[in-house]
Design a protein around this ligand. Structure first.
Ligand code: FAD
Ligand code: NAG
Ligand code: NAG
Ligand code: NAG
Ligand code: NAG
Ligand code: NAG
Length: 537
């Protein structure tokens, strides 16, 4: 190369990049303009239409985008960003957004609370726009008929608070994370600490309102029982936009009891026995009792520099401490739980306790839509149908200690869960499942190097568990979104690809979901990395 040509190279590079950027922002402006014009016609107001649309150059774009990012893995400069964010204020706006996006050829991602573990409600590899439901969050509680209408953009905390305002003896069986969105949580089945008594969130849904691919607003009657079935556990985003659910409230006692009991394997001779026995007791005990088990590799408290396993039981009992103690004395004496280890409180206080708020926090804290802190994280799931032996558990302790950070959360089934037929909702993991495992890893270091290490770690823990958990298919929980178990090529979304993850999430219910999808959205407008495919002709 001649020396005179040297300065040209960076110059050309800069020119090339500049032209690329300006073409990009032009394209994005044209998209914005076309969308606003279409929406203006549909909502009969240019002002309302432009107010609900954020283009990339808008100074609030990043704030609006980040407001519901709940996994720092998807808060990086290389995370693909939407062209536009649409934030409807009314149901009719959602309908307009669907019709306009469809006619202009935009791929939409629907976001309610943004808690998807893989961020698929706000990330996509192809050009896309976000339909963000956060403005649609009204809650209308009717104690007389023990029901509530709740819009998709509401959080679980807002729902619990809304119920508590009207009644101290009613609740709703849904997740323990108060910032989780109703739209994703309920359409993905939803479970929480009253699951053994009352089943899943979707076992307690009475009606729903959605916008279908033609922009029509439908309720249970007008959408029909097939589509209603599909959006109660099959994931909303394959079928339409969920506007609201009408949920059935459940009775809760005036006093509930909670406890947290930590046992370290290197300190308590019973620790492994407790975990072993937990597998037999937790899924079969009184339905008022839900005992979650957390398994984590931690630093030993007695031997400096050594790692050990901590097994923690976190429990909700829908009744007084005395009755809880008499149950555990009989069924799990190894734990040695005493009344003074228990805390009696109101149900709403227990909601705050599960969410790790300090014990004097007022219920209004549930109205806070943003979590206190965020992590980088990855989750995976498994189902256990046969108890692990003590030897299996000891092997697992060694493995987790050698990996270092990956942990497990066991959530017991049984009770009501085992009585509801596997075909009642798209969620198939009912009788025959002792407990669900959530594989869990959190980290706080930025960047791709840390991510690589921690993802490898949780994947190794998952591989290690293969012989101990469900197989053919190795079942998984839709709300614990995991793109490792299969993804579909956007736009193609073939049945063969869908079958891979579809059988894991839905087992025998997958085919019914495919039939419904094919009937209600034959052009596959509502799609994502793990959506239900259309049936091949
Ligand atoms: C901190 C935390 C705690 C959790 N605790 C629990 C728990 O206790 N129990 C449990 O079951 N799960 C739990 N989860 C998982 C959670 O239920 C799912 O991630 C759920 O899908 C989140 O709903 P969202 O509206 O917040 O998420 P989003 O990311 O907004 O959406 C998730 C999926 O649903 C689709 N979707 C969202 N809104 C709509 C809509 N209105 N119409 C159609 N499709 C829609 C999205 O496109 C995406 O595919 C937890 C997750 C986190 C991060
Ligand atoms: C950004 O977009 C919002 C919503 O459309 C609009 O109200 C606001 O005026 C825009 N801000 C700027 C600086 O353009
Ligand atoms: C997300 O990333 C941006 C840009 O790096 C940063 O300013 C912001 O603080 C991040 N958000 C969180 C919650 O860490
Ligand atoms: C171990 O379990 C037995 C009951 O099986 C109990 O009597 C004993 O107190 C427990 N030991 C510890 C350290 O908790
Ligand atoms: C709240 O926590 C404090 C400190 O842990 C404790 O002293 C107090 O008894 C607790 N109050 C209730 C009502 O449990
Ligand atoms: C990760 O963080 C969540 C809370 O944000 C916690 O519930 C979970 O136990 C943590 N997982 C591990 C393995 O530490």
């Amino acid at each position: 190369m001649k020396p005179t040509s040297l300065p040209l190279l960076p110059l050309l590079l800069v020119l090339f990049l500049l032209s690329f950027l300006s073409v990009n922002s032009c394209a994005s402006y044209a998209s914005y303009d076309r969308l606003v014009r279409c929406l203006s016609r549909r909502v009969h107001s240019a002002d309302q239409a432009s107010k609900m649309v954020y283009e990339r150059t808008n100074s609030s774009f990043t704030t609006v985008l980040n407001a519901y990012v709940r996994n720092l893995r998807f808060n990086t400069s290389s995370t693909p960003k939407p062209l536009i964010i649409v934030t409807p204020l009314l149901e009719s706006h959602v309908s307009a957004a669907v019709v306009c996006a469809k006619s202009l050829g935009f791929h939409i991602k629907i976001r309610s609370g943004g808690h998807d573990y893989e961020g698929i409600s706000y990330v996509s590899d192809d050009p896309f726009i976000i339909l963000d439901m956060f403005n649609l969050r009204s809650i209308d509680v009717n104690i007389k008929d023990e029901s509530a209408w709740v819009q998709a953009g509401a959080t679980l905390g807002e729902l619990y608070y809304g119920i508590w305002e009207k009644s101290k003896v009613h609740g709703y069986p849904a997740g323990v994370g108060p910032t989780v969105g109703v739209g994703g949580h309920l359409s993905g089945a939803g479970y929480g600490n009253m699951m053994r008594k009352y089943g899943l969130s979707v076992d307690n849904v009475l009606d729903a309102r959605i916008v279908d691919v033609k922009g029509r607003i439908l309720n249970r009657k007008s959408m029909g029982e097939d589509l209603f079935w599909a959006i109660n556990g099959g994931g909303g985003a394959s079928f339409g936009v969920v506007l609201a659910y009408k949920v059935k409230l459940v009775q809760v006692p005036e006093t509930v009891t909670v406890f947290r009991a930590e046992r370290y394997v290197d300190e308590n001779v019973n620790a492994t026995d407790i975990v072993y026995k937990w597998q037999l007791v937790a899924p079969s005990t009184d339905v008022d009792l839900f005992m979650r088990m957390l398994i984590q590799p931690v630093n030993s408290r007695t031997q400096v520099g050594q790692k050990t396993i901590r097994a923690t039981i976190v429990a909700e009992f829908l009744g007084p401490a005395d009755r809880l103690i008499s149950i555990l004395d009989k069924e799990l004496p190894e734990l040695g739980l005493k009344k003074e280890n228990c805390i009696q409180m109101t149900w709403i206080k227990s909601v705050l306790w599960w969410a790790n708020f300090p014990n004097d926090t007022a219920p209004t804290a549930l109205l806070n839509r943003a979590p206190a802190s965020l992590n980088y994280l990855k989750r995976k799931s498994d189902y256990v149908q046969k108890p692990l032996s003590k030897a299996d558990l000891e092997g697992l302790w060694k493995k987790l200690i050698s990996l270092g950070k990956s942990g497990l959360v066991f959530n017991p089934y049984g009770g009501r869960m085992g009585q509801i037929p596997a075909t009642a909702t798209p969620f198939p993991h009912r009788a025959g499942n002792l407990y669900k495992i959530q594989h869990s890893i959190n980290w706080s270091e930025k960047g791709p190097d840390a991510e690589k290490i921690y993802l490898a770690q949780i994947r190794e823990a998952y591989s290690y568990m293969a012989p101990l958990v469900s197989s053919n298919p190795r079942s998984a929980f839709l709300n614990y979104r995991d793109l490792d178990i299969g993804v579909t090529t956007n736009g193609k979304n073939s049945y063969a690809e869908g079958l891979v993850y579809g059988l894991k999430y839905f087992n025998g219910n997958f085919d019914r979901l495919v039939r419904i999808k094919t009937a209600v959205d034959p052009t596959n407008f509502f799609r994502n990395e793990q959506s239900i495919p259309v049936k091949p002709k």
